[in-house]
Design a protein around this ligand. Structure first.
Ligand SMILES: Nc1nc2c(ncn2[C@@H]2O[C@H](COP(=O)(O)OP(=O)(O)OP(=O)(O)O)[C@@H](O)[C@H]2O)c(=O)[nH]1
Ligand SMILES: [Mg+2]
Length: 463
């Protein structure tokens, strides 16, 4: 087996070049799926030196990306290189080498020299463009200088998600430079299949690398599918765990004590959901603070993102038809269950008129014997629907998100669960909800994951 750290000529060296602030480091963060690669900042000249990062096919390194400093003096550089024209009339790379040997390469053009040196050593380059900018002469000069390195250049139009971008102007300008293969790739919100298109376009300008690039595309696709399946399984595990969260409450326990048990159960659910969010972020290589829940107006000028804050459950579960009433009391989202039957929160708090015994009588003597004086607190349908909606929404957002994004994903108050979808989820979870003896929790989790897969694939097709 090849040593993972060994470097061979078979490794493709791809430089990422362009004007300062065009999003070169951002492009690499997204391609490498690394939130922490290099330094990204809105100020110019953030990247000061060349930074390499390898790409692997299994245990073999097949590619290296080189992030480079931004070009700033394109027009001066162009004018300087033009003076070498007589000496090296039809030899662009010789002109560039001449510049690199000159004293200015250490002074006036120190940043640019790092880029040109790297490009001369590379097999090809992505030329990143902030296509919100007009096609200014300084950019055209910059491109003419880069083209003289004699390496294939693939222009990458960044900031394509911005309104009023100048994609068409850039396409036209690039054509004049004989750059006909161009890719639109917004690094923060990359288009679906964007990475594949980028690598395929690289294969067009660099045919020798076609096989490796195709293998890389396939590996990335496999990784994406596996990650999605595992993430859905983790969500299903979360739901199964939450459905199984029970707390037995002796019949004689006073109301205050029951309230405390409810708060404790809510806290366990909250922590489990938080752990699941962290797990999902980590699976997609995002950072712990990269997701926040949208704040919900809980009245009196207060906003909250808490799962059990009044209105959170209502907003999130409204389409399932299991929402709770507005302004629900502390304890919302929790239910009292006896023998798998729900008595509701009011019963859990013992606040129902006539007390709990009324409810017991309602269920009859047989049931009363079965539960032998015990009641159980568990999560209610609204809680399960809310958690499911929030997780699926986050999964969808993270799957589409570029690692160049610097702000957090807001898990917005929308979800895709219809009443029917939630019914199916509840049905799959029913042995857990009813605490059936001998249930196979792992099988239920797998069944649920497979249903969630079906559900999200259908949703995607609809959307
Ligand atoms: N909204 C949005 N912001 C972006 C995008 N690409 C880059 N940015 C932002 O633009 C700024 C510059 O991005 P960088 O990746 O640091 O740009 P660079 O080309 O590496 O810059 P230098 O290293 O200074 O040459 C940062 O604030 C990024 O967050 C994009 O596609 N969309
Ligand atoms: Mg940079």
């Amino acid at each position: 087996m090849e040593c993972p750290m060994s470097r061979s000529d078979a490794i493709l060296d791809i430089a990422v070049v362009g004007h300062t602030n065009a999003g070169k480091t951002s492009l690499l963060r997204t391609l490498l799926q690394s939130r922490e690669f290099g330094e990204v900042d809105q100020r110019p000249s953030t990247t000061r030196s060349v930074l390499e990062q390898g790409v692997w096919l299994g245990s073999t390194q097949v590619m290296s990306f080189f992030d480079t400093p931004g070009l700033e003096s394109g027009s001066d550089l162009y004018a300087e290189i033009e003076t070498y024209g007589d000496q090296f009339r039809h030899d662009g790379p010789a002109q560039i080498r001449r510049l690199l040997e000159s004293p200015q390469a250490e002074t006036l053009y120190a940043q640019e020299a790092k880029v040109l040196r790297q490009l001369l050593q590379s097999d090809a380059a992505f030329y990143v463009i902030d296509c919100r900018d007009p096609v200014l002469p300084k950019y055209q000069d910059e491109l003419h200088v880069l083209a003289r390195c004699g390496k294939p250049l693939l222009p990458v139009l960044n900031f394509t998600a911005a309104q009023n971008n100048r994609q068409a102007d850039w396409q036209a300008a690039l054509t004049k430079l004989n750059l006909h293969v161009v890719v639109a790739f917004d690094t923060v919100t990359p288009p679906e299949g964007g990475e594949k298109q980028l690598l395929q376009s690289l294969a067009v300008v660099l045919p020798a690398a076609q096989k490796i690039l195709q293998q890389l595309i396939e590996q990335r696709q496999r990784e994406r599918e596996e990650r999605r399946q595992r993430a859905l399984l983790a969500i299903a595990e979360l739901l199964t765990d939450v459905a199984a969260m029970r707390h037995k409450v002796p019949l004689e326990l006073p109301e205050d004590a029951v309230k405390r048990e409810i708060l404790a159960l809510q806290e366990r659910v909250r922590q489990r959901e938080h752990a699941a969010v962290q797990d999902l972020l980590a699976r997609f290589a995002f950072l712990p603070d990269d997701a926040v829940f949208e704040l919900v107006d809980i009245g009196s000028g207060q906003w909250h993102d808490d799962l059990f804050a009044s209105d959170t459950l209502k907003v999130w579960s409204k389409d399932t038809g299991f929402g709770v009433g507005a302004g629900a009391a502390a304890g919302a989202g929790i239910d009292l269950m006896v023998g798998g039957m729900s008595l509701g929160l009011a019963a859990a708090l013992g606040a129902a008129a006539g007390g709990l015994y009324q409810s017991w009588r309602h269920f009859g003597e047989k049931l009363r014997q079965r539960i032998q004086g015990e009641r159980e607190l568990g999560v209610d349908a609204a809680t399960l629907a809310t958690i499911t909606g929030r997780q699926l929404y986050l999964l969808e957002q993270l799957s589409q998100r570029g690692h160049a994004a610097t702000d957090a994903v807001t898990v917005a108050q929308e979800h895709r669960l219809s009443r029917d979808a939630f019914r199916t989820i509840e049905e799959i979870l029913s042995p857990v909800l009813q605490d059936q003896p001998g249930l196979d929790k792992n099988q239920i989790t797998r069944d649920l994951a497979s249903y969630l897969h079906q559900l999200t694939v259908t949703d995607k097709a609809k959307g």
